[in-house]
Design a protein around this ligand. Structure first.
Ligand SMILES: Nc1ncnc2c1ncn2[C@@H]1O[C@H](COP(=O)(O)OP(=O)(O)O)[C@@H](O)[C@H]1O
Ligand SMILES: [Mg+2]
Length: 510
């Protein structure tokens, strides 16, 4: 007899419909034949399913059973079809009688005992089930809780094959989970705080502006000036994510399996700091099981690249397009997938290979050619996309010996949150939530400057030989500085500060 169960396949961060067709009672040896582009993990299902069936008190098939995962051209990845396959076998062998099997979208891995195990991508599956107009989903523990964040679809948590079968057969009640509304909680910054940072007033200010408007930031300074220290503390001042942002962040981390492994609780904006030896695939996404890379895991949060020139040139070049677009397209054997990656870039670098150029207390031993080669690793077009460049000078003795703590993270975060709230109101009804993401039209609308300021900006652009791209970016940063000051209009001091963050384009790089 033939039975069909509805399940899904994860494609990037979206799920697509998969039918698990089970045909039992064919002549031949008692074994499972699995067809329909399964990967190795799916192929191992038969052992788990046989064992789970018998350990749950059901009869394993005594004849040849064919399982087809349709459509055949869609790659099926990961051990997510154990539960649908086992339920399909029960239905095909009449151990489960239910006439509304296809009202449910079902996924889950099975242990040998018949207990369910969570799967990647539950959020995407819930969205798919809602689109398909299904009655609900049957999912294992944590996956069910994750899916319950999606409104408008019932999610039933099934802890074992036996309970799933009895629920479908109408033998037990399993009330749907209440809708989980996750709100951004206090940020987890490992207990570090900005008050530990001495001096570096200009750097602090640049960080405040960058985080407030979601602008990219590059810190340049000698070793030991506190660049890495500052970056680690940025998590403690990030503004709260909106509910929609939270859902998008979680969808990505759910698809990467990071929510079920407990690495990500999804209540804060992500802060990702890949090492400079990171592979292009790990950075951008892709791989044999195509999943989100670091840039997507940093979506709506921060990607911190410490020692920027140490990264492979190829890795830095491929960052350019995603930085601009906020999404990345990954090619794979079965077509392309597009993943969101609207991150804020924070980068740090030394001014030269030895690090001491411009440091009064250390002699720089680099030759002009070495310095030039080092800086040339950061290409002009990449630099163009970094809105704020800030020098972090070596700490002075006075700063080092000072015992007065710097300003703490809490008031800093408070100001940033206020500026971001202003932005949320400005962009209400649009898809963007920060100044950095303004389109050209939005810049014209929200960053108007009078002709005096226009002349000033033009003069600065000529003096610093800035690109046309830098023009828009300076206006966006001016907008954020005005927001921090609570000013409706961009004023001269706001514009001047924003221009000053571009001055390194020329003094350091050309
Ligand atoms: N501004 C600062 N305030 C307090 N301590 C600092 C500061 N800058 C550097 N330090 C000390 O020096 C160490 C190295 O700083 P780090 O952030 O790694 O420098 P960088 O990344 O610029 O090379 C820190 O762990 C801290 O102990
Ligand atoms: Mg460092």
């Amino acid at each position: 007899m033939l039975a069909t169960i509805t399940s899904a396949a994860l494609q990037g961060i979206d799920a697509e419909l998969v039918h698990v067709e089970v045909n039992a009672g064919e002549a031949g040896e008692p074994k499972l034949i699995l067809v329909g582009l399964p990967d190795a993990a799916v192929k191992e299902s038969d052992d788990r399913v046989f064992s789970a069936l018998s350990n749950s008190g059901f009869k394993a098939p005594r004849t040849r059973t064919t399982i087809n995962l349709a459509p055949g051209n869609l790659r099926k990845e990961g051990p997510i079809y154990d539960l649908p396959i086992a339920l399909g076998i029960l239905a095909a062998t009449r151990q489960l009688i239910a006439d509304d099997l296809n009202d449910w979208l079902i996924a889950g891995e099975l242990s040998l005992s018949g207990a369910t195990r969570p799967v990647r991508g539950a959020l995407a599956m819930a969205r798919l089930a809602r689109t398909l107009g299904k009655r609900g989903l049957l999912l294992p523990g944590i996956s069910a809780e994750e899916a319950a964040m999606v409104e408008g679809i019932a999610v039933h948590r099934v802890d074992s094959l036996d309970r799933a079968k009895r629920f479908l057969a109408g033998e037990i009640e399993l009330p749907p989970l209440p809708l989980t509304r996750r709100v951004a909680g206090p940020v987890n910054s490992d207990g570090v705080d900005f008050d530990e940072i001495k001096g570096q007033h200009a750097l602090r200010r640049a960080v405040e502006v960058a985080v407030a408007g979601n602008h990219n930031l590059l810190m340049i300074g000698p070793p030991g000036s506190g660049k890495s220290m500052v970056a680690k503390r940025i998590a403690s001042i990030m503004p709260a994510a909106t509910p929609e942002e939270t859902l998008e962040i979680l969808s990505i981390h759910s698809a990467a399996g990071r929510t079920i492994s407990g690495e990500m609780n999804g209540e804060t904006r992500p802060f990702r700091a890949p090492h400079h030896t990171v592979s292009d695939v790990a950075l951008l996404g892709g791989g044999s099981i195509p999943g989100p890379g670091e840039i997507s895991l940093a979506h709506h949060g921060i990607l911190f690249l410490d020692e920027l020139p140490e990264f492979k040139r190829s890795a830095l070049e491929v960052l350019r397009q995603p930085l601009e677009d906020g999404h990345v397209t990954i090619s794979r054997s079965a077509g392309k997938i597009t993943l969101p990656c609207a991150f804020m870039l924070v980068a740090a670098m030394n001014p030269c290979p030895c690090g001491y150029l411009g440091d009064a207390r250390h002699e720089c031993r680099c030759s002009p050619t070495q310095i030039q080669r080092y800086r040339a690793r950061i290409s002009g077009p990449l630099l163009d996309r970094i809105d704020l460049h800030i020098e972090a000078p070596a700490l002075t003795m006075t700063d080092l010996r000072s015992t007065t703590p710097g300003e703490a993270s809490a008031p800093l975060r408070h100001r940033i949150q206020a500026a971001r709230t202003w932005q949320l109101q400005r962009f209400a009804g649009t898809r963007i939530t920060s100044n950095a993401r303004m389109t050209h039209a939005q810049i014209r609308r929200h960053c108007g400057i009078d002709s005096t300021l226009g002349d000033l900006l033009q003069h600065a652009m000529e003096q610093l030989s800035l690109s046309a791209r830098a023009y828009d970016r300076i206006l966006k940063v001016s907008r954020t500085i005005a927001d921090l000051a609570g000013s409706e209009r961009i004023q001269q001091s706001h514009l001047l500060e924003a221009i000053q963050y571009r001055s390194l384009d020329r003094t350091v790089f050309y």
